[in-house]
Write a protein that binds this ligand. Structure first.
Ligand code: FE2
Length: 299
């Protein structure tokens, strides 16, 4: 079992809520995740002092493997010269020198792709075909038991209930590629509200035999929440084992003094239980930890 804390859009600068940030750090230490994923938009305006504050924040989190990826707010928007000449200068200096990364932890391979496009689609994002190839190579040879997790700031699938949240260009091409790579889980941000679902909900794609669980995190620490998470702060805790992916959505409530769980989502990896002849014989098509049978005992 792997426990993954997924935060996003912390937006250091004027929108950042210090008391919520402190609650998040306390939660992280209490929970003790195996890995922390922060899916971009660390700052509001990519200023050096904002990145310096982010660095101090990240240093207060538990010392476990971390996966980071830049967001569109981590490259300068208005400082056009800087955006064109050296858009990742402070991100590289304070967060990570590498923009596309592979992190291996026991039980999972996590690939983070830089979806920002500072020269073209400034806020919209983009994934290039060479990045898909980078991910394919990274997942090549991963054992079938190990989870294949993909992280990017921008979303590949619009949440079904939020207007105006167009996915990045060529998102369907990317979902098809990730389906062929047998990616289990996509983690992202950008929307400033959670969306937890399955790729097949929004795009039937190349192979209906394999759905990818999608978990977008809201803004974990800023006042920039949107839609149903307007003025709210959220993150997700993901627990993964060989068969099941569980995503628990947490929200900050000041009267509770911190983050509390608001919903829980349980998926079979790939959108269905594994179906070897032996397992079919056992009738083992159930969420084993919860003992929630999805087929009768006589299956
Ligand atoms: Fe953001």
């Amino acid at each position: 079992m792997i426990t993954l804390l997924h935060i996003s859009d912390i937006h250091f600068g004027p929108p950042y809520y210090p008391e919520v940030g402190t609650a998040l750090i306390e939660f992280a230490h209490e929970t003790g995740p195996d890995v922390i994923v922060a899916s971009g938009d660390f700052t509001q305006r990519a200023k050096e002092e904002q990145f310096r504050a982010v660095r101090a924040f990240l240093d207060r989190l538990p010392e476990v493997p971390r996966v980071v990826t830049p967001g569109n707010h981590d490259v300068p928007l208005y400082r056009v010269g800087e955006r064109l000449m050296d858009p990742y200068r402070y991100y590289r200096q304070y967060i990570s020198n590498e923009l596309d990364t592979v992190t291996t932890v026991p039980g999972a391979v996590i690939v983070a792709l830089n979806s920002t496009a500072p020269y073209r689609a400034v806020t919209n994002g983009r994934i290039h075909s060479w990045q898909l190839e980078f991910a394919r190579k990274a997942f090549e040879g991963t054992s079938p038991e190990d989870q294949r997790i993909l992280v990017a700031h921008h979303h590949f699938a619009p949440p079904p209930d939020f207007e105006g949240a167009d996915a990045m260009p060529k998102a369907k091409r990317a979902i098809d590629a990730f389906t062929r790579m047998r990616v289990d889980l996509i983690l992202g941000g950008h929307l400033h509200r959670a969306y937890i679902g399955n790729s097949l909900d929004v795009y039937s794609g190349v192979d209906r035999e394999h759905g990818i669980v999608i978990a977008q995190s809201g803004t974990s620490t800023s006042r920039r929440g949107r839609a149903r998470e307007r003025e709210k702060n959220t993150f997700n805790v993901v627990r993964l084992d060989a068969r099941i992916i569980r995503v628990t959505h947490y929200m900050y409530f000041a009267p509770a003094g911190g983050f509390v769980p608001t919903s829980r989502h349980i998926f079979f990896r790939g959108g269905r239980p594994s179906m070897t002849p032996e397992e079919a014989e056992e009738g083992a098509f159930y969420f084993d930890h919860e003992r929630e049978r999805v087929r009768g005992a006589d299956a």
